[in-house]
Write a protein that binds this ligand. Structure first.
Ligand SMILES: NC(=O)c1ccc[n+]([C@@H]2O[C@H](COP(=O)([O-])OP(=O)(O)OC[C@H]3O[C@@H](n4cnc5c(N)ncnc54)[C@H](O)[C@@H]3O)[C@@H](O)[C@H]2O)c1
Length: 337
């Protein structure tokens, strides 16, 4: 359907899964642009034969050059700073990449007449009460520097559609799990902690509700939007069911056969959102359905880390990961002891 697709952030977790899916579905020409931050790993595209340009989406000259050279007619923007805890520690890089970087991509898309799809998140809706499921028309109430920067990116995308008539779509995905996720995120972190018999430092009471979605369901949802979605629209993507973080831990502990006694309740994240849940009916009307329940998504993801120690051991042993883990969890674990 598209001649040549630029996948930004294609060496990250979801981007790499999306590139693999595109290839499986026979989309021949794909180019990846990725800065290879601490979260971007060439290993995520091991065995995949696509050109990878190492560079920053905030670099307008570079983005224009890549789009012209490869005759790009679709940009799918996964490139982002993505971890809420990192956004609390170091917020400025989030506005640079998630706002300024998105703006640069939009400007090049406008100049060259390129369709633009933005990968956003359910976190832009903020924490939601009761039994509400966020609709695409709900107000954006982001509460962390991460979600605020993603909400700003969404609004820039909408403004380019309205003001310049750029062909845009946005997907707002819920918490993804699956292969190739960076170890700072909760499911790979706690799965590998459990495999190593380390405590699992769960924030607060662990009763935060999340719609855990398998990354493959997210990727097929994005494809459905690209193929059948209406230009200018926003679509939620999720499993359509929520479970608490404690239930998530129980599923992954069961999968790797480790005891619940590894769970430690530690000081909560500042401004921690209590509940996210998205209404996915609009995407379902395009003929898409999630294939994994949250339980199946978490169990499948945990099994993948159990079976791929060569993927995650080098990260866990790296000085940068150890420094992050120490800064984020050492005091919390000590205080909880
Ligand atoms: N992980 C989730 O649960 C989730 C859920 C919903 C939406 N999202 C969104 O999906 C997208 C991808 O998330 P992910 O979990 O794969 O993230 P990730 O952190 O695993 O990967 C992000 C990728 O972007 C690259 N990158 C970062 N800054 C860049 C820059 N300035 N220029 C070029 N490349 C840059 C990194 O090197 C990395 O490869 C993000 O936009 C995120 O907001 C994630």
């Amino acid at each position: 359907m598209f001649r040549s697709i630029l996948v930004t952030g294609g060496c990250g977790f979801i981007g790499a899964n999306f590139v693999r899916l595109l290839l499986e579905r026979g989309h021949a020409k794909i180019v990846v642009l990725d800065k290879l931050t601490y979260a971007g790993r060439l290993e995520n595209l091991a065995g995949v034969d696509v050109p990878i340009v190492v560079g920053d989406i905030t670099n307008l000259e570079l983005v224009r050059h890549v789009c012209k050279t490869h005759n790009i007619d679709l940009i799918v923007n996964f490139a982002a700073e993505t971890h809420v805890d990192q956004s609390i520690l170091n917020p400025f890089v989030f506005t640079q990449t998630n706002v300024q970087g998105t703006h640069v991509l939009l400007e090049v898309a406008r100049e060259l007449g390129i369709r633009f799809h933005q990968i956003s998140t359910d976190e832009v809706y903020g924490t939601i009460d009761g039994d509400h499921h966020s609709l695409e028309t709900d107000p954006l109430r982001p509460r962390s520097p991460y979600s605020a920067s993603k909400a700003a990116g969404d609004q820039l995308v909408q403004s380019y559609h309205v003001t310049y008539g750029l062909d845009t779509t946005i997907s707002r995905g819920s918490n993804n799990v699956g292969a190739y996720q960076f170890l700072e995120k909760v499911v790979p972190l706690f799965t590998t902690n459990a495999i190593l018999d380390l405590p699992l430092p769960v924030y607060g009471d662990g009763l935060q509700m999340r719609d855990y979605t398998h990354v493959l369901d997210h990727c097929t949802g994005i494809l459905a939007i690209l193929e059948h979605g209406k230009i200018g629209e926003v679509y939620n993507v999720g499993a359509g069911a929520t479970i608490s973080n404690l239930e998530m831990l129980e599923i992954l502990l069961e999968t790797v056969q480790k005891p619940k006694s590894l769970i430690r309740h530690v000081a909560d994240r500042a401004g921690h959102d209590k509940r996210y849940s998205v209404n996915v009916q609009k995407l379902q009307q395009l003929g898409w359905n999630a294939q994994f329940s949250p339980r199946a998504a978490i169990a499948t993801a945990a099994k993948w880390y159990l079976e791929h120690p060569n993927y995650w051991q080098p990260v866990r042993q790296s000085a940068s990961f150890k420094a992050y883990y120490e800064r984020q969890y050492a005091n919390r674990l000590e205080a909880a002891a």
